[in-house]
Write a protein that binds this ligand. Structure first.
Ligand SMILES: [Zn+2]
Length: 260
């Protein structure tokens, strides 16, 4: 046991500054939260847990049953205001009558779904055959949206895995499901590739992991420079792919053959 320094009062004896009666309340009960809009309720839980909630973070652990339906209604109401601010007559214009509702549904249930739902179930198998040869999965088609403009991103991902005897193997279709879950969020391509690499590293625990993503960013085509054929390529190399130039070359050459 550590002796307390002399001259210093024991911790219990320190006086606490009383909280003024009109100070804003920090802690709220679930009952109080229930009266708030769903986004505030979810944000309150995230902040209380000290969790980040950037555009590409998954926040499903903080969303309770039924709250996504409420959230969709809240997003719809706010999108309706955006349309009004854009001076679009959504009442007489039958094309835009239900646009706020459609876009809210598209955001919450489709294109940004990867923020609000937990990762799809993935069964892992022990590597009983002790496979230790380079495995390439791809091209997997990926769809995302850039977090700068919320414009679509369309692309392909290739995954290279060098398993070891302790690696967990996952079914081929599962790579696509994990990729879809990560990409169905407003993303930045570099961060998306790293997030996918982290998820696979944790599940599969291979000796080496390589990822290449090539994608078209519609914010480059539709707006801005209006360039029609610019694509962006990012890669992540880990473990054996970092150390072994031959392995890296083998992966990249197989990948260019598959691409053609
Ligand atoms: Zn963009």
């Amino acid at each position: 046991m550590r002796a307390l320094p002399r001259n210093e009062p024991p911790p219990m004896a320190r006086t606490l500054t009383p909280v003024p009666a009109d100070a804003p309340r920090i802690f709220r009960t679930e009952e109080e939260l229930a009266r708030l809009p769903p986004s505030e309720r979810i944000r309150y839980r995230l902040v209380a847990a000290g969790r980040r909630y950037h555009a590409n973070d998954n926040i499903s652990a903080f969303v309770k049953d039924g709250e996504l339906t409420e959230l969709k209604a809240e997003v719809q109401a706010k999108l309706q205001e955006v349309l009004e601010s854009l001076v679009i007559d959504t009442e007489s214009d039958h094309n835009t009558n239900e646009t706020a509702k459609r876009v809210a549904k598209m955001y919450v249930e489709e294109v940004f779904r990867g923020r609000y739902v937990p990762m799809p179930a993935v069964t892992e198998f022990p590597n009983v055959e002790r496979l230790n040869e380079l495995m390439i999965v791809g091209p997997i088609t990926v769809r995302s949206a850039c977090s700068h403009h919320m414009c679509p991103i369309f692309g392909k991902v290739w995954i290279g895995i060098l398993p070891n005897e302790h690696s967990n193997l996952i079914g081929l279709s599962k790579y696509a499901r994990i990729a879809d879950w990560i990409m169905s969020r407003p993303q930045i391509q570099e961060e998306a590739v790293t997030m996918l690499a982290n998820e696979l590293q944790e599940r599969v625990r291979p000796d080496g992991l390589a990822l290449v993503m090539e994608a078209d960013h519609f914010c480059m085509h539709w707006r801005g420079v209006k360039d029609t054929d610019s694509a962006m390529t990012n890669s992540v190399m880990r473990g054996a792919f970092l150390k072994d130039a031959n392995l890296r070359r083998e992966f990249l050459s197989l990948l260019s053959r598959k691409q053609g």
